[in-house]
Design a protein around this ligand. Structure first.
Ligand SMILES: Cc1ncc(COP(=O)(O)O)c(C=O)c1O
Length: 445
């Protein structure tokens, strides 16, 4: 029966971000249940979910409180149109999100995945300037190596050539500024001593062209898909200052970093910044159901608020907006944060995790070790002195992925970056196992 299922998988399914020729050759893994950070397959094998099932799972799989909340909601209402109608969990969740967001955030616009959360922020920003008569403010700034999703708008503000280049003619043009990628600083500076030379192109651009620029979008402190690039708080703070000076919107994409992943509820808290938009998804339901939200301010909201005839309405919406089951899961997930004191607990484990990560530095193929909260990355290099990479055809990441599976680890390197995106429910013995097994792989690769 199980084998039969896998044959059907091969026959009917096209998996995301997967070269199906590779996939077909490999043994397929059928996950049948999960508990905490462990995934169990049909053959009884156990895998540590070190990447939180694509960065979503926060409190572990099969959490009783979240499960119960979904079941309770299922007895009452599974879905309802969200235009003209509303429901309890959407309201409770919005109230809660506003409580935990910076104090200038007052409104929540729901959708159902991270790409749309970002596209909504872009569209709102764009229309805001039109609604208030600043019609020339039509372009956006984004960062090289930034990632905001795979839909056309989200890709337009993306900065990962591998994902976007093929589609370049479909994308709208944006201004790209350098990534604050300290390990490979193109200005030859060192992280702790630099004067943020990498921000100068952004500053110059804003000085010269702020009249045409609607906003800047970036991931706070962690450019995740771009290679788990962790950049200094001073960079984030300076970007926020510049957006105020030059009157452009600050769009903070917390899709990956939100909900405790970096050690705080939102990564933006490290900078004490107050953006015009915050995009959230992934961890919002702790990975139980798809949901996203774009949070914004009264200032933005007010520019859309008028008589219908004036055509200032935000004409945007998705069918599954604020799905009742998903919002129930999100409300429950935020309760888990409070009742289990998750951020307090994890603050004790974070220093241990970071210290353990230091061990990798002794390996000849590890060029850089970087960590924030429960995210840690190892940059694989062929030569530490030159920081040169292994040739693409050697497929080092793919080899590590396959060795990981043999060791009971779901590792999913981003090219030459091996990373952990650990669920906050991880226990210290699990943490040591994850580190030790990864060490064993990297020592012998
Ligand atoms: C920072 C960031 N923004 C947006 C997205 C897109 O989210 P989704 O895959 O849910 O569309 C991702 C996904 O990895 C992300 O990491």
């Amino acid at each position: 029966m199980k084998l039969h299922l896998l044959e059907k998988d091969k026959r009917y399914i096209w998996h995301p971000y997967t070269q199906m020729k590779d996939y077909e050759k490999e043994e397929h893994i059928l996950i049948v249940r999960a508990e905490g950070m462990r995934l169990y397959d049909s053959k009884g094998r156990v895998f540590f979910d070190t990447i939180s099932s694509w960065w979503c799972n926060v409190h572990g799989h099969n959490h009783p409180m979240i499960k119960e909340a979904i079941k309770r909601q299922l007895e009452r209402l599974e879905h309802v149109i969200f235009a003209g109608f509303t429901h309890e969990n959407a309201i409770l969740l919005a109230e809660k999100l506003i409580q935990i967001a910076p104090s200038n955030i007052t409104k929540v616009f729901y959708s159902d995945n991270g790409s749309t959360a970002c596209e909504i922020a872009l569209k709102m920003s764009y229309q805001f300037w039109k609604n208030i008569g600043k019609k020339k403010k039509e372009t956006f700034i984004s960062l090289e190596l930034g990632y905001h999703g795979d839909t056309i708008g989200a890709m337009s503000v993306g900065g990962i050539p591998l994902f976007q280049e093929k589609f370049s003619r479909l994308l709208f043009s944006t201004h790209k500024v350098p990534s604050p990628y300290c390990y490979r600083c193109r200005f030859g500076k060192e992280r702790d001593r630099c004067k943020l030379e990498c921000i100068e192109p952004l500053e110059n651009l804003l000085k010269e062209r702020n009249e045409e620029i609607a906003g800047i979008i970036l991931e706070p402190l962690l450019q995740a898909a771009g290679g788990m690039i962790i950049y200094p708080v001073k960079y984030l703070k300076r970007v926020a200052e510049l957006t105020k000076i030059y009157h452009v919107h600050l769009i903070i994409d917390e899709v990956a970093t939100g909900f405790g992943r970096t050690g705080k509820m939102f990564a933006l808290e490290y900078g004490g910044i107050k953006p015009d938009f915050i995009c959230v998804s992934k961890g919002i339901t702790s990975g139980y159901l798809p949901l996203a939200a774009t949070l914004t301010t009264n200032k933005i909201y007010s520019a859309f608020y008028d008589d219908y005839i004036k055509n200032k309405t935000f004409h945007h919406g998705h069918t599954y907006t604020a799905n009742p089951l998903a919002t129930a899961a999100a409300v429950a997930s935020l309760k888990v944060f409070e009742q289990e004191g998750v951020l307090g607990k994890i603050s004790k484990l974070i220093p241990i995790f970071h210290q353990e990560m230091e061990r990798f530095k002794e390996l000849p193929i590890i060029g850089d070790v970087r960590c924030i909260g429960m995210v840690g990355a190892l940059e694989i290099v062929k030569d530490k002195n030159t920081k040169s990479l292994f040739p693409v055809k050697e497929r080092i990441g793919w080899k590590i992925y396959k060795e990981g599976l043999k060791e009971g680890l779901i590792l999913r390197p981003l090219g030459n970056i091996v990373y952990f995106f650990l669920p906050l429910c991880i226990k210290s013995d699990e943490l040591y196992q994850v580190i030790n097994r990864t060490y064993k792989i990297l020592v012998s690769i």
